[in-house]
Design a protein around this ligand. Structure first.
Ligand SMILES: Cc1ncc(COP(=O)(O)O)c(C=O)c1O
Length: 204
């Protein structure tokens, strides 16, 4: 990665050290140009017409993201923000009475609200997996807790406010592979790639 080139194409880097990148990073010039040009086109010819004109560029975005995550373009869905993307995946999981959702102590707040809401409606249960001695998700405890009733394991890969990452679903030692559904958030994103939150693994 060419740090100087990346800084050079990020106007906000001039005269500022900006460390608040977890939720929204500084925009890079190419992103700014693409977004403002599209808005201008929408103002001139209408939103649907502008979308039509951008069809090839939009298709290329799906291809590029699919390549980045070693997936297929039809597995990629773009959303306007992480919460919306995550909710779309989570609420597609049908919960039945007695089902369990396993999650970690550092799970992202809006994800937990969705767990509680959906669990209450379905008569399911939210079970919080304890942390290990290092203060991160205890994978052994997760393995013990995961069972017949586990319908979903939902963990943020790198939760905000935690200096660690949980094992991604399906990785060595992670029992997440055994659950019918797993939802995990990728580590971080920037405002210039807000929609790449859709890399969230949601497999059922
Ligand atoms: C793990 C996690 N989930 C969700 C969000 C919320 O993102 P958004 O504001 O795009 O919904 C964040 C924000 O940083 C996050 O760290």
């Amino acid at each position: 990665m060419d740090i100087d080139a990346l800084r050079a194409q990020t106007p906000g880097c001039t005269g500022r050290i900006h460390l608040n990148n977890a939720g929204a990073a500084l925009l890079a010039q190419p992103t700014l140009d693409a977004m403002t040009a599209q808005l201008r086109r929408e103002a001139e010819i209408g939103g649907y017409e502008a979308a039509d004109q951008a069809r090839d560029a939009i298709a290329a975005t799906y291809d590029a993201i699919a390549e980045l995550v070693s997936g297929r373009r039809e597995e990629i869905a773009l959303f306007d923000n992480a919460t919306h993307a995550w909710n779309a995946a989570f609420y597609s999981v049908t919960l039945r009475p007695g089902d369990q959702i396993l999650t970690g102590r550092a799970e992202y707040g809006s994800n937990v609200l969705a767990y509680w809401q959906a669990a209450r409606r379905a008569g399911a249960e939210v079970v919080v997996v304890p942390n290990d001695e290092h203060g991160q998700l205890d994978v052994a405890a997760l393995e013990r807790l995961a069972g017949e009733r586990t319908r979903l394991i939902g963990v943020s890969h790198v939760p905000p406010g935690a200096a660690w990452s949980s094992p991604p679903p399906g990785s060595g030692g992670s029992p997440a592979a055994a659950a019918p559904c797993t939802c995990s958030m990728p580590p971080s994103r920037s405002a210039s790639s807000r929609s790449t939150w859709t890399r969230s693994a949601a497999t059922c």
